[in-house]
Design a protein around this ligand. Structure first.
Ligand code: NDP
Length: 342
């Protein structure tokens, strides 16, 4: 689309993800353009604004944020703040008459997620949670193939997403800001994948946490967590996330007559996919080669397209709420040492 037809986005919070992934992605997007920046750091905001050609009149701090209501250049607000701030900044954006694209995890409690949905409904604005993998070709192919029946019924999903998350002192290690540790931050990709690959909602969860709380990073939030989801059709998803080992981001789906393997599965780029098919008793493994377009450009373009038409996005607030409800059940299962029905 030409610039004047693209939807204008305000990016809120100029941290790692915004600076290194989201802002550059506007250069690859087709339906949206960067229109404003919101930051608590005026010097950084000015420097970033001059780099991206954003005028002073389109720079806001967190207090002036509500004045976005009077900025006709902004249609969508993209919230890239610590998790516990998502509720406040979504509600204020909706009240200012803007659509909201909000980073995952949606919030730090199911109650906050519900309030975010209500705020956007009241303002008649769209709300999308930035589940980038759901807009990515390898994951879309995995969904298609898994649900097509070509490999027979699905039996097991194995998913792991983890990384070494240091140094101590960052907001991800503070429960009040993050809501939890590796589970809501990176384990959520495994949970969300198990749901979109099966197309089902889990009926029961079990979980185990292992955290060395003498490590200053883990005084408040969990490090390693394993969780299992039982789905009504009989699929068992076995998932893991962690904050204390070298990164690994993989997903494998086992079906009666084959498997789908993505390794890495949850990275920003370089995804690889293999599929095994059993035909007349012999296994054939092939590599599936697909393009790897910018995941952030793809999700922002989706939001722009749906918001322009006044339609619900593919990953609306309800998608984030459902993950948050399951995350709360996973923590309960770990705490109580027993399976929790959903
Ligand atoms: P950072 O800590 O790098 O950036 C967060 C930014 O939020 C800060 O730079 C700051 O921006 C602003 N901020 C406002 N108040 C605070 C506060 N009290 N403490 C810290 N920062 C504050 O975090 P990330 O960019 O890694 O993560 C931001 C969000 O994006 C999270 O919700 C995270 O889960 C999500 N995320 C999603 C990813 C994905 O793949 N979809 C990957 C990484 C993160 P300023 O200085 O401009 O005010």
């Amino acid at each position: 689309l030409p610039p004047e037809e693209r939807l204008g986005f305000a990016v809120v919070g100029l941290g790692e993800l915004a600076l290194h992934q989201v802002l550059p992605a506007f250069g690859r997007a087709k339906r949206c353009r960067l229109a404003a920046l919101v930051s608590g750091d005026a010097d950084k905001a000015r420097a970033v604004a001059s780099q991206y050609g954003i005028g002073r009149e389109n720079l806001y701090d967190y207090k002036a944020y509500d004045r976005l209501a009077d900025d006709p250049a902004v249609d969508v607000v993209y919230i890239i703040l610590p998790n516990s701030m998502h509720l406040e900044f979504t509600s204020r954006a909706a009240a200012a008459g803007k659509h909201v694209l909000c980073e995952k995890p949606m919030a730090t409690s199911a109650a906050d997620c519900e309030a975010m949905i209500a705020a956007c409904e009241k303002a008649k604005k769209q709300l999308m949670i930035a589940y980038r993998c759901q807009y990515e070709p390898h994951h879309r192919e995995a969904i298609r193939l898994a649900r097509s029946g070509e490999l027979g019924p699905l039996r097991l999903i194995e998913a792991t997403n983890g990384q070494n998350q240091g140094p101590p002192g960052q907001w991800r290690h503070r429960k009040a800001l993050a809501g939890g540790g590796s589970l809501p931050d990176v384990g959520i990709y495994c949970l969300n994948a198990a749901r979109y690959i099966t197309g089902e909602e889990p009926s029961e969860v079990s979980a185990q946490v292992l955290t060395d709380s003498s490590d200053p990073r883990f005084a408040e939030v969990e490090d390693r967590i394993a969780f299992q989801l039982k789905f009504p059709s009989g699929v068992l998803a076995d998932c893991r996330s962690y904050y204390s080992a070298h990164e690994s981001r993989r997903c494998r789906v086992m079906a009666e007559r084959g498997w789908i393997d993505m390794d890495p599965a949850f990275s920003y780029q370089g995804l690889r996919m293999k599929v095994a098919r059993v035909e007349r008793g012999a296994e054939h493994v092939s590599e599936v080669r697909l393009p790897s377009p910018d995941q952030f450009a793809a999700e922002m373009d989706h939001m722009a397209e749906r918001a322009a038409r006044g339609e619900r996005p593919h990953t609306p607030g309800e998608e984030g709420l459902q993950d948050q409800r399951i995350i709360e059940a996973i923590y309960r299962a770990a705490r109580e040492g027993r399976p929790v029905p959903l």
